[in-house]
Design a protein around this ligand. Sequence first.
Ligand SMILES: NC(=O)c1ccc[n+]([C@@H]2O[C@H](COP(=O)([O-])OP(=O)(O)OC[C@H]3O[C@@H](n4cnc5c(N)ncnc54)[C@H](OP(=O)(O)O)[C@@H]3O)[C@@H](O)[C@H]2O)c1
Length: 266
Amino acid sequence: MSEVKSVLVTGGSQRLGALICRAFAQAGWTVWCHYQHSATAALALCQELRDQGAQAQPVQADLADDAQRQQMMAQIHAHTGPLHCLVNNASSFEPDSADALDPQATRRQLEVNLLAPMALSSLMAQSLAPLAASATRSIVHVLDQKVLNLNPDYFSYTLSKLALERAVALQAQALAPRLRVCGVAPGLMFLSGPQTQANFDAASRVNLMRQSIDPAQVAATCLFMAENPCITGMTLAVDNGQHLVPLPRDVMFVVDDLLKAPPHAP
Ligand SMILES: NC(=O)c1ccc[n+]([C@@H]2O[C@H](COP(=O)([O-])OP(=O)(O)OC[C@H]3O[C@@H](n4cnc5c(N)ncnc54)[C@H](OP(=O)(O)O)[C@@H]3O)[C@@H](O)[C@H]2O)c1
């Protein structure tokens, strides 16, 4: 009988996180759905997955708190043993700029977007025997196409995701052969920050394919990375080619001007 694999999805209660939980559950994985404030959504999602025959448990933690990170990992370990996959999906996305930096806000985003994934990765690696080779175990960092397509908006958020993107290769080297480390870099999927629905509808098609990105495909790519034993140290962009459309600012701030611009001559 094949071993039941377990995954922890941080920020798993809604939006992309919920789709990642569903993708893994449908593939037969035991899902730990982490949440911070969204208890109702996390409990409802786990019930939905259990109703479909999957194993799913909610788990609460403030990822900015080291003690809570450790307690969460110990709780999971006690119930289902060492994780087979950790999907670092939770994130903090706050607008700021390099010329008016609020160190507190920067620290908050680095803690959730960078330090928490590093700390959880370390705890996962420590739960595995140092020399035990296991291509079935992995960490997937959810990044952002911004790391391949720089603009200075959302400065601290971007900085945190850039470091996380570099950590993919660094951790792949450091944590092998116990586990693999991969990145998935989505493009714009959900309305965020100060965006209106109209702005989102237009901005979500600013990519090579001129179509909005299906977040379920991003979730499916996280599962693909977790299940492919030969991929480590690599990031895949799942963004309809958004990273190949350079813009001077975040798309939400320039899309109205883009739409007003005359079409390019053939
Ligand atoms: N949204 C997009 O279009 C987009 C585009 C490119 C990349 N991404 C990346 O894709 C991932 C998912 O995006 P999303 O928009 O679905 O995420 P999101 O809704 O902005 O955040 C996901 C979850 O992160 C959790 N979280 C935030 N701070 C936390 C903390 N201190 N401790 C614990 N949990 C915390 C929240 O959990 P609770 O609700 O339980 O508090 C939240 O539901 C992120 O890594 C993001 O950077 C998103």
